[in-house]
Design a protein around this ligand. Sequence first.
Ligand SMILES: Cc1cc2nc3c(=O)[nH]c(=O)nc-3n(C[C@H](O)[C@H](O)[C@H](O)COP(=O)(O)O)c2cc1C
Length: 166
Amino acid sequence: MTISVDQFKQGMRKLGGAVNIVTSSHGGVRAGLTATAVTSLSADPPRLLACVNRQGATYDIISRGRTLAVNVLGVQHKELAMQFAGMNGMAETERFDDGQWTSSGEGAPILSSALVSFDCEVDSIMDVGSHGIVIGNIRSVIVPEGDSYSPLCYADGTWAKLEIIE
Ligand SMILES: Cc1cc2nc3c(=O)[nH]c(=O)nc-3n(C[C@H](O)[C@H](O)[C@H](O)COP(=O)(O)O)c2cc1C
């Protein structure tokens, strides 16, 4: 039995997740997208993975530049998340106009105000249909100073925040 795209989407709406901006750069060109399909892979060696649509500019830059950063967003980054998801009509080349971005050498763009950023080099990419599963070897973990922690989430088709339960 095959389920429809609609059934898939209806189900996945219930799988809430943390919102990230996955970035890369190559030859001076930066690219990035909003992504929830990001997960920890292993601590030793330190690795994570991100699922990135193969049709977009970000996948292309990741494949060629072999760098990857995962910037974990807070609730204050909702507009930025929309921008990097192409939801506010802004051109892809203007996505980095907002926010303070840095990078180490040839590394991928790091968002200074992210809750945490994982700077990676690409270990491997497994193409599976429309998406590439990008495995990153984590070179550094950047945790900015400050103790406020309110991650931006996406659940049931809307932006949300985490509620701590006792
Ligand atoms: C909440 C949310 C989560 C998303 N998660 C992913 C994801 O995990 N992987 C992905 O490829 N696209 C994801 N997208 C879609 C991309 O952000 C969007 O298609 C983006 O414009 C692609 O940019 P690109 O063409 O530069 O690659 C998500 C969008 C939203 C709003």
